[in-house]
Write a protein of this length. Structure first.
Length: 108
């Protein structure tokens, strides 16, 4: 079986300003709001021709207001700066949380 693990839980930890995530294979991790906002994968943040999602430091201390499921493959996050068009695919979130991924070096 090569079934990709799916995100089964995502809830905000407002006092830590981070998002806690749990996957179907038992993996769990937390990502700070700044990290998530900075890695917003939408074309508006990344440019239409970006090959790999880059970290773009958010301007202000953003807060995640709501988390919405998108189909069964992603979540979207409504940010306090009014931005909500980013679709965070499960495998992308997992990549952000996984040591040794290519994105890790860029984490703040
Ligand atoms: Zn964006």
């Amino acid at each position: 079986m090569t079934t990709e693990p799916v995100l089964t839980e995502a809830h905000r930890l407002p006092e830590k300003r981070s998002l806690r995530m749990v996957w179907s294979d038992g993996f769990s991790a937390e990502l700070g709001y700044e990290t998530l906002r900075g890695y917003c994968p939408c074309a508006g943040c990344q440019g239409h021709w970006a090959e790999e999602v880059q970290y773009r430091a958010p301007e202000v201390g953003v807060e995640a207001l709501t988390i919405e499921p998108v189909g069964n493959y992603a979540i979207s996050i409504q940010w306090s700066d009014g931005h909500a068009t980013g679709i965070y695919r499960f495998e992308f979130l997992r990549q952000l949380c996984t040591p040794g991924s290519s994105l890790e070096e860029a984490l703040p």
